[in-house]
Design a protein around this ligand. Structure first.
Ligand code: NAP
Ligand code: GFB
Length: 331
């Protein structure tokens, strides 16, 4: 089967697209793009207040209520390096329970297309770079987030097993997944202890500026990451839903040459805040994985006209959102 549909799927006003994790960073970016592009169909952006997806009966009630024709499964127990190291049992149990429930409902309710979400941090730690999608299961993940990594890898396998079952039952295979790298953008989780690095640094720079203290960056600042603006990831995800028909996962990331060190992005954030105080590296804190450079070759081969938002523009947009929404932002 070719990776690309001969004819892209076309959304109609009769379609119902259920976005689990719709109130999170990635889900809110999808909502932004859906509104900006005025996409047809009924779009349902779920948060945990609509139902705890760890509970199968709650999931079934949502599928009964909405009868989705498409599902973007973004909901997850998510966090940065430090949260991953401290809450491994929850990263495994919460994510495996949500994933099992959602995919079983998608199969039972005959959803046309289900796209699930993995992460570039779930690849093997010792691997040749740039990482390609086919390397997902070839070795153990980094110890710092192994519980999350195994939960996500099993999500990929569950998609494959449901596709095999669909084909045995004479149905179309309809499950696939995307593998985003580190995302950032409006509606992120700016909590310093449990959030990801970019929103954590933004919150710390804000406090340093307000309090006249040093801007503390955890670790050496040497680790390398590819940061993808959430709005760009959302556009890639929506393109994947309508155009991509392989069950093999597809990476959502910037090019290798756009990889930056933690120190470089800390400087970009310092500049975005016009912070003139000291920036200090607290090397008593963990660095985590040194790098996890992923390849965007497959996405650009299949979707060659994709245009990324320039990094500094995306950082400024995120910082401005944080300042404008400080009172209500997750922090
Ligand atoms: P996020 O901002 O933490 O949002 C998580 C979403 O999942 C929220 O909508 C949350 O609902 C929902 N959720 C969590 N537990 C739930 C539960 N028990 N029942 C129902 N809903 C629940 O996460 P994100 O950064 O947008 O991540 C979205 C997806 O992208 C995840 O699958 C994640 O693994 C993947 N990803 C993220 C990154 C990144 O850097 N952020 C990188 C790679 C992959 P509430 O708002 O009600 O809590
Ligand atoms: O986003 P992050 O927490 O997780 O980034 P990963 C961790 C890196 O940023 C480490 C440095 O090198 C930290 O030392 N860092 C510097 C900070 N200052 C801070 C700070 O204030 N907060 C945080 N959090 N880090 C995650 C996975 O790995 O990648 C998740 O653990 C997820 O599961 C995510 O998949 C995409 O990039 O190391």
């Amino acid at each position: 089967m070719s990776e690309l549909r001969v004819q892209p799927l076309v959304l109609t006003d009769q379609d119902v697209v259920l976005v689990t994790g719709g109130t999170g960073l990635f889900g809110k970016a999808v909502e932004h793009v859906v509104k900006q592009d005025n996409l047809p169909g009924s779009w349902v952006f779920l948060g945990s207040k609509d139902g705890d997806l760890r509970d199968l009966s709650a999931c079934k009630a949502l599928f009964e209520k909405y009868k989705p024709t498409y599902v973007l499964h973004l909901a997850a127990f998510v966090g940065g390096l430090f949260k991953n190291m401290n809450f491994k049992v929850s990263f495994w149990l919460d994510n495996v329970n949500m994933n099992n429930n959602i995919l079983s409902c998608c199969y039972e309710y005959g959803v046309k297309k289900t796209i699930s979400c993995l992460s570039t941090c779930v690849f093997p730690d010792k691997i040749e770079y740039p990482i390609t999608e086919d390397k997902l299961h070839v070795g153990p993940p980094h110890f710092s987030n192994d519980a999350y990594a195994y939960a996500k890898r099993m999500l990929d396998m569950l998609s494959v097993w449901y596709n095999e079952q669909a084909v045995r039952e004479g149905k179309e295979s309809r499950f696939s997944s995307v593998i985003p790298t580190n995302l950032y953008g409006p509606h992120d989780n700016f909590n310093v202890e449990n959030g990801h690095v970019l929103p954590g640094l933004m919150h710390k720079c804000y406090k340093a500026q307000k309090g006249g203290s040093d801007f503390i960056v955890y670790g050496s600042g040497k680790p390398l990451r590819q940061f993808l603006f959430s709005h760009d990831a959302a556009r890639m995800l929506l393109w994947t839903m309508l155009n991509y028909q392989s069950q093999e996962p597809i990476m959502l990331c910037v090019s290798e040459e756009d990889e930056k060190s933690i120190g470089q992005v800390a400087q970009s954030i310092k500049d975005a805040f016009n912070f003139s105080g000291n920036m200090i590296f607290d090397t008593s804190k963990a660095d985590g994985q040194f790098k996890k450079t992923a390849s965007n070759a497959k996405m650009l081969r299949l979707n060659p006209t994709f245009k990324y938002t320039p990094f500094d523009e995306a950082i400024k947009t995120t910082v401005q959102w944080f300042l404008d929404n400080y009172e209500t932002a997750r922090k």
